[in-house]
Write a protein that binds this ligand. Structure first.
Ligand code: DLL
Length: 433
């Protein structure tokens, strides 16, 4: 279902005219209100007046995460604090968080985009949405919450954690949709099964899952275990939070970027060159409607590609392929570039393995080592040793054949690896410790 026909189905040329109009406005705004942008544009010898077409966007400099750090906490805001009604922050792996801000209108825009996302998942005011994204500084909880209310659905503000209680409410309140990370939903279903609950017989129909990379095979696993349709939602705090792009239930292939609010580009991460539709690279966003914290050509480090094919749902917004990982998640193992998602794909093809794994990177002398720890299914674990050895050999061979690195493999007992309430952390890099 389309939530906002006025924008989501605009003919491309009308949409692009709207984008250009909004781009000019936002450039004017940042040039005159954010010292950082004024300086940056001057250094690049460009003023907002130089941008007369969408193609001119390429003349503008990129914004990177370090710029946010350098201006911590409030240096990039474009309105006075008295106009800001909300702050969020993303934790990051080291040091200070990234702080983002919203005016009243920003919160309304965000709620609308989340309502659109839910509608794209086939939800209406008649649905009950169990929201297990964390409430707090993380944008997932409150972002989904406001969107669900805007849609008119009934929202259960569960947040993360208290997993057994979540199972109880899933049974008793009968929500028809659930929002959480894909890894947490797998964990929830595991705990439910342990409690003797038939997870397939709950009223749940749809999962709105995101905030971390997940593969097509994990989607299949989730759909099988819970008998739901699992859809991908994408976003990042810097650009808004969840609801920057959403997969539609009709297409179920790639996520529509809400292009009336964001311009999306794909660049070669090494050279910064803009890549044509279809080519894989780093996703870059420019916000068109945000008031408190606009960002121009923000490099997300997320790797994906844009899919130009028209979608059967009727939305004219371009689709972005599921994000396979972040350029900074990339591991360099003895000179070979390895994304955790590639290892996940190999593992998920092998019978008898559970979708729970961990990658441990270390160094022996001057050589990098990669150990893959993965859980085996209950029936296999209690099986004969030879079967386990065969699985181990198969993983070593497939990873070597497909990715080109030799790995050590450790098969571990079911349910022995750490579970996560929010984003899963699958890589432990001991080289940096
Ligand atoms: O994760 C916002 C969000 C909340 C999105 C709930 C979806 C659902 P951050 O904590 O700032 O914001 O993390 C943003 O998470 O740059 C991606 O690397 C990753 N990410 C988010 N959604 C997806 C997804 C939220 N669907 C970072 N697939 C982003 C893959 C995702 N990665």
């Amino acid at each position: 279902m389309i939530y906002n026909e006025d924008f989501e189905t605009l003919p491309r040329e009308v949409l692009e005219a709207l984008q250009l109009k909004r781009l000019k406005q936002v450039l004017d705004r940042v040039y005159h209100t954010v010292g950082f942008y004024h300086k940056k544009f001057e250094e690049a010898h460009v003023t907002p007046d130089d941008i007369q077409s969408l193609a001119d966007l390429g003349r503008l400099p990129f914004t990177v995460k370090q710029d946010l750090r350098d201006n911590y906490p409030f240096g990039l805001f474009s309105v006075p604090m008295s106009n800001i009604v909300r702050l969020h922050a993303s934790s990051g792996t080291t040091g200070k968080p990234t702080v983002v801000a919203y005016t009243k209108r920003d919160i309304e825009t965000w709620a609308e985009l989340m309502a659109r996302s839910f509608a794209a998942a086939g939800l209406t005011k008649n649905d009950i949405i169990h929201n297990a994204y964390g409430y707090g500084l993380f944008t997932g909880g409150l972002g989904a919450h406001y969107g669900a209310e805007k849609l008119g659905a009934s929202v259960i503000p569960m947040s993360g954690g208290s997993t057994k209680k979540q199972i109880m409410l899933l049974q008793d309140f009968g929500p028809t949709a659930i929002c959480c990370t894909p890894s947490y939903l797998l964990f929830l279903s595991e705990v439910g099964e342990e409690m003797g609950v038939d997870m397939r017989s709950l009223r749940l129909r749809v999962g709105i899952l995101g905030a971390e990379p997940w593969s097509e095979r994990i989607r299949q696993e989730i759909e099988k275990r819970l008998d739901i349709t699992a859809l991908d939602i994408y976003g990042l705090s810097e650009i808004m939070g969840p609801g920057v792009a959403m997969e539609c239930i009709e297409g179920r292939h790639g996520l529509h970027v809400f292009e009336d609010n964001f311009i999306v580009e794909v660049i070669d991460p090494a050279t910064g060159e803009v890549l044509p539709y279809g080519e894989k690279g780093e996703i870059v966003f420019t916000t068109l409607t945000k008031e408190a914290f606009p960002l121009i050509r923000y490099r997300t480090r997320d790797i994906s590609r844009l899919m130009p094919e028209v979608c059967k749902c009727g939305r004219t917004f371009v689709r972005m392929e599921r994000v396979s990982g972040r350029s900074d998640d990339m591991l360099i193992i003895r000179g070979v570039n390895v994304f955790p998602s590639q290892i996940e794909s190999v593992l998920m093809e092998i019978e008898g393995l559970e979708p729970h794994y961990q990658l441990i990177v270390d160094r022996e002398g001057s050589l990098d080592t990669l150990e893959v720890r993965v859980e085996v299914s209950e029936n296999i674990f209690s099986d004969e040793v030879r079967k386990l050895q065969n699985i181990e050999k198969r993983i070593v061979k497939d990873v070597k054949d497909i990715i080109g690195v030799s790995v050590k493999v450790k098969l571990v007992e079911p349910k022995s690896l750490q579970r996560f309430e929010g984003k899963a952390q699958r890589v432990i890099d001991k080289r940096n410790i």
